[in-house]
Every structure is written in C-alpha cells, then in structure tokens.
Design a protein around this ligand. Sequence first.
Ligand code: NAD
Length: 484
Amino acid sequence: MTEGLVLDDPSLLVERCLIGGRFVGDPVEPVVDPATGRTIARVPRLGAEAATAAVEQAQAAFPAWAARTAKERATVLRAWFEQIRAHRADLALILTSEQGKPLAEALGEIDYAAAFVEYYAEEAKRVAGETLASHRADARILVTREPIGVIGAITPWNFPAAMITRKVAPALAVGCTALVKPAPETPLTALALGELAVRAGLPPGVLNIVTGDAAAIGAVMTGHPAVRVVSFTGSTEVGRRLMAQAAPTVKRVALELGGNAPFIVFDDADLDAAVEGAIAAKFRNMGQTCVCANRLYVQDAVHDAFASRLATAIESLQVGPGTEPGVAQGPLINARALAKVEAHVADAVAGGATVALGGRRHPRGGTFYAPTLLIGATPTMRIAREETFGPVAALFRFTDEEEVIAQANASETGLAAYVYTRDLGRAFRVSEALEYGMVGLNTGLISTELAPFGGVKQSGHSREGSHHGLEDYCTLKYVLVAGL
Ligand code: NAD
C-alpha cells in the first residue's frame, strides 16, 4: 500500500475523505508518484452524494463555529499551525511523493502553507466594522463584517498544501465552514492536513475534504444553495466554467487562474541578480507555477551576456526524483504536461527559435524533461501566447521600453510580471504600465502570506494573503440604528 513512503507518523498517510469529522470512503483511486510511476496510496472516488453530505455537515457546523469568538477560533487555528509545523518533514515527503517537486521546495511549501494558518489565526482578531456618518440626527449607521457561510474550495496540484490553507485559513478564521476538493493528482497532502486539523481540535463539519469526480463535486459546490462562495485556483478554462455554473444561484466566485508572466531585463540591470531571479521564477517547481516566468524579454545590449550566464546556471540544475539529495528539477506532473512542453518547444523551433540547451526529454525517462533554453522566441509562437508550465526559458530580444511594455501586456492573462532595472524612474514607469496583479521588481520570488496574491484580466479577480484575503469570506451588514 505505502510502497516506498516511510513516514515518522504513518497515520498521516490518510486514504479516506473527511466528512463531518469522520474519515470515510473506500480507497480505490490510485495516487501515483510522478518520479517513479508507482502507486503510493489510494483515495476514495466520491461524487455528488458525498459532496452534498459534506455541504450539509458544513452547514450544520456553521452556526456554532461562527458564534465562537475570534479568539477562540484563533486558538484552534494556532493549534493546527503547530501541528503542521511539527509534522513538516512527513508532509513534505508526502507532497514530493505525489507531486514531484524537490524535497527542499516541498519543505518550503509546507512552511508557506503553515504561514497562512498562523497569519489568519492572528488576523481573525482584527476583523472590524465601522460606524459611518449618518443621514439622520436620530440614527447611526453601523457596518459589520459577518462570515458569509459555507465555502467550497477547489485547488490545483502544483501547490497541494499552500493553495488549500490560503483559502481555508481565512475562511475558518472569520467563522465560515468549508468543503475542499483537492486536485486528483495530489489528494494525500490535503488529507494529511485534514487529519492534523482534526488533531488540532477543529470541530466536526468545519472542514470537509472530498476526493473524486471533479465535475460532480464542482456541480454541487456551484449549485447547492447553502454554499455561498466557490473559491477556485486552477486553469482559466475551468474557472470560466465554474463562474458560469454559479450564475443561477448568484454565488460569489473567487478565482485565481493561470498566468503567462513576462520577465523583463533592461540593459541597466544587475545581470547576476537577474539570472538568479530568472532561475527562481522560471525553474521553481519545474516551471509549473502560475507566476512562472514564461516570456523572458532581454534588452539588446545585455541579451547575449544574459543568455550565456543563464545557460551556465541552467546547466547546473540537477535533474532527478525530488527525494534525491541535490536535485533541483523533478519530473513533470504527468504525460499531458510533458506533451504540452514538447509541443511548445517544437512550435518555437519550427518558428525559428534556437535550442541553446535541452529541448528534449531527460535521459531519466518518465516525465522528466531537460531544463531548456530557447533563443530567438517571437510573439506569434505558442510559448509567447500560452502558459507552457514546464522548465523552458524562452528568450525574446527587445530594443526599447515602450515596445517591451506593449509586448508584455499583449496577453489575455495578467497575474505576475518581473522587471529588472536599476533606474528608479523606469522601475516605477514600467511597473505602473504593466497590466498585472503583481510585479516583482528586481526579484523573482514574490509569494508571501503577508501580501495580496492575485491577478487581473483572465487570471481572475480574487486576492489571497494579507488582510485582503479575508474579504472573499466576509459579507458586510449595514444596520440603521434609529430612534436615538
Ligand atoms: P485545473 O483547472 O485542471 O484543475 C484545478 C482543479 O479543478 C482540480 O482540483 C481539478 O480536479 C478541478 N476541476 C477540473 N475540472 C473541474 C470541473 N469541471 N468542476 C470542478 N472542478 C474541476 O488546473 P491544474 O492543472 O490542476 O493547475 C494548473 C493551473 O492552475 C495553471 O493554469 C496555473 O496557472 C493555475 N494556478 C493558478 C494559481 C493562482 O493563484 N492564480 C495558483 C496555482 C495554479
């Protein structure tokens, strides 16, 4: 059953769903290690019936949970945070085994995921309302923030822990209850987090986790009248569908969707810092992040020097199973992801790009792909227009600021962008002109629980992290207190 997965606490390998405080369902659906192709565990294949039961459990748990004081909820969240931190090594191993990222990155993700729980445990105590100037001398306008109710969360496989806590922690902190549907590729991290939430003392029904038929579970979330928010992180295509499905019940839909990040290097940039940032923004998680640098625009004067330094850095990236010491690049999540990367590279080469490094599958086999550097990419190539989601750095040469801003903005999505320059005026001009929800200035790493993460255009409109991350789960109530 648990082939190859040796945990300090084997009971964290949970193969059942969490509904109403009980672990239920038969483990039938295999969870595969992308590095080996081996089944590491099985989880239930549940559908509409179980999702409906979970929503009802969440609905039943809501009044008592919402009635607790913020401090009481914060104490339980804090205990969950401590549990996650105490089991970070096991959680990271589970994560790497089902997702593929190097163990060091998995540990980083567990800490990042835990940070949202810690942050919202603290922030729950600072949810505030207001008293506004009144239109009547005998009345006062009172505005309060209330928990919206039951929330549905649907998450992707690329950050199996953080994408869950980024939604669930703020929701629970304000008094909502939740049903989570994790990605089918990575349910084990989600279920382990559920087990730790139970150990932390989260009351039954406050957090429910259901694995199985995505469309059926999604239909319950978008259609059930008790669910007040559907919070989704994943592809733009599925986000669009969920938004349409939620229209008949006029549900709030919070979307964190795909990106196609530009990474702009001006000729006055610190090139070593830009190379370091490009490696972080491009190759972290094997290029499978929504904020992944997809188009690297480099100004004429530094183009060749940047290309050669980047090639040296890429060559040093060790490829192998994420559990192997020193590995910086694991396998891609599945054969479909590999096929997309191959198609994008083939399309770029057919369009005139040159392969400076890689450009093929890695000798390790399976879904391993060689870290790749392409020179001479152009705007009509698929790699310019679509999210590649793989370890391929495509270099576009540019001449002036206006031209690169126009090219960077020529995308239907607008999640993250990166700019390297030492000119303060240019830094402000360009970051203001970029139609993106987030800009990294002289850095390739922007994610933190302390800042609002989210996009514009077809990258969605939600914000997760910081105090802004509470808003999706709150509703404003205005009370006119009259006759004073
Ligand atoms: P995906 O859209 O294929 O799947 C995401 C989730 O939606 C999974 O849990 C899946 O099972 C579920 N799903 C699929 N079809 C569904 C349906 N009909 N109804 C309900 N649920 C359904 O995306 P993915 O391949 O898992 O993740 C990669 C994508 O996520 C990329 O586009 C990436 O950019 C994006 N992403 C965005 C952010 C962000 O914060 N903006 C963060 C991480 C990933």
